[in-house]
Design a protein around this ligand. Structure first.
Ligand code: FDP
Length: 335
C-alpha cells in the first residue's frame, strides 16, 4: 500500500523533537482545502461555477467564481483549528486575521492561480507558503507578512491537471502526492524530487517579444539556436498558468521566465504568494529562482501584493539567463 499524505506528514512530525503538532495540523487543513477545491474544479462545468462574478480583484483582474470558492475554502479551513493567525491572499486587498487564533503561523496564498485558464479546462493550481509569526511581538500585523522568502517554514502548490498533484517542501526535500479519487487520498508519488540541471524546455510568453529588453531578446534567440552539443534548440512550452509551467519545469528541467520588460519593469507575478513559495521549492529541489539580478528568497518585501520578475528552473539554465541580462541597462530599470 502507498503512503498517504497524512501519514507522511505525521511521520515527519514524529521525527521532529519537541513538535507540538500544530504545523502538522495546519498542513492537514491545507490538504483538506485542496481536496474540496479539486472536487469543485472537477465539476465546475456541471455546477455553473465557471465564469466571472462581475467584480475585479486588487490586481484589477476579473474575478471568477472558482477564485472566490477556492479563497473561501482555504480561509475556512485555515481558520478552523486555530493554528493560523492570519492569511494574505491574492484575492483580498488586506490580510485577514483570525482574532481567536492561538497559533503562530501565517499563510500566504494564491488560492487559484491561472484564472484565465479556468473556463477552458486547462490546468490551474493553488499556491501556498507558511511563515511563523512571532507570538512575543503580539498579534500579527501587515508587517508580520513582510518577511524574506528564506524565512518560509514550508511552501507548496496543488496542480489541478490531468490528475491533481500536491507538491510541498519544508525546505529540505520536495515531495509530490497524487490524488486518488477512488480512495479519497493523496498518495506519495514522487519522493525527493530533483530538478534536472538543465533543459530541455523554455517557458515564456513569446507574445511579449516586442516589450523585452535587449538582454532577454538575446537570451531567447540563444535558446533557439541550433547546437546539438548543449541540447539547443530548447522546445517551447507555455501554458499561461504558472503552476503548470513551473510543475513541468520542476520535473523535466529547463526554465520558466516571467521577466521584467519595458512595459512592466517590476514584472507581473507576486513576490509573497507566487515567487517565494516556488523559489523555496526549486531551491530545495536543487534548482534556482531569481529576478535576473537577485535571488528571490533574499528580497525584503515592502508591500504584500508586490510584483517581481521571476525566472526559475534548472540551475544552469537560470545562470545562463542571468548572464544575458547582467549588463542590460534596460532590465529592471526604474521609470
Ligand atoms: P493568470 O493571470 O491567468 O492568473 O498569476 C498570474 C498568471 O496567470 C500566472 O499563473 C501565469 O504564469 C501568468 O499570469 C500568465 O500571464 P500572461 O498571460 O501575461 O502570460
Amino acid at each position: 500500500m502507498g503512503i498517504n499524505l497524512e501519514t507522511f506528514i505525521l511521520e515527519g512530525m514524529f521525527g521532529a523533537p519537541g513538535a507540538s503538532g500544530h504545523f502538522t495540523s495546519l498542513l492537514n487543513q491545507i490538504t483538506l482545502a485542496a481536496k474540496i477545491i479539486t472536487a469543485r474544479v472537477r465539476r465546475a462545468g456541471l455546477a455553473d461555477l465557471l465564469g466571472y462574478t462581475g467584480e475585479t480583484n486588487v490586481q484589477g483582474e476579473g474575478v471568477q467564481k472558482l477564485d472566490i470558492i477556492a479563497n473561501d475554502t482555504l480561509l475556512g479551513a485555515l481558520r478552523r483549528r486555530g493554528h493560523c493567525a492570519g492569511v494574505v491572499s491574492e484575492e483580498l486587498e488586506e490580510p485577514v486575521f483570525f482574532p481567536d487564533s492561538t497559533g503562530s503561523y501565517l499563510v500566504v496564498t494564491d488560492p487559484l492561480d491561472g484564472s484565465s485558464n479556468i473556463d477552458v479546462d486547462i490546468s490551474i493550481g493553488t499556491i501556498f507558503g507558511i511563515l511563523r509569526s512571532d507570538p512575543a511581538s503580539g498579534k500579527p500585523t501587515v508587517e508580520s507578512f513582510l518577511k524574506r522568502g528564506s524565512e518560509l517554514v514550508a511552501a507548496g502548490y496543488v496542480i489541478y491537471g490531468s490528475s491533481t498533484v500536491l507538491v510541498f517542501t519544508t525546505g529540505k526535500g520536495v515531495h509530490a502526492f497524487t490524488w486518488d479519487p477512488s480512495a479519497g487520498e493523496f498518495f506519495l508519488s514522487h519522493e525527493n524530487i530533483r530538478c534536472p540541471d538543465r533543459g530541455p524546455y523554455y517557458s515564456i510568453n513569446e507574445g511579449y517579444t516586442v516589450r523585452w529588453t535587449e538582454g532577454v531578446k538575446r537570451w531567447a534567440a540563444y535558446v533557439k539556436e541550433d547546437n546539438k552539443a548543449d541540447g539547443r534548440p530548447y522546445s517551447h512550452r507555455y501554458v499561461g498558468s504558472m503552476v503548470a509551467d513551473a510543475h513541468r519545469t520542476l520535473l523535466k528541467g529547463g526554465i520558466f521566465a516571467y521577466p521584467a520588460d519595458v512595459k512592466t519593469p517590476a514584472g507581473k507575478l507576486r513576490l509573497l504568494y507566487e515567487a517565494n513559495p516556488f523559489a523555496l521549492i526549486f531551491e530545495a529541489a536543487g534548482g534556482a529562482a531569481t529576478t535576473g539580478r537577485e535571488r528571490i528568497l533574499d528580497i525584503q518585501p515592502t508591500t504584500i501584493h508586490q510584483r517581481v520578475p521571476l525566472i526559475l528552473g534548472s540551475t544552469s539554465d537560470v545562470e545562463t539567463f542571468k548572464r544575458f541580462v547582467k549588463d542590460d541597462p534596460e532590465y529592471m530599470k526604474k521609470v
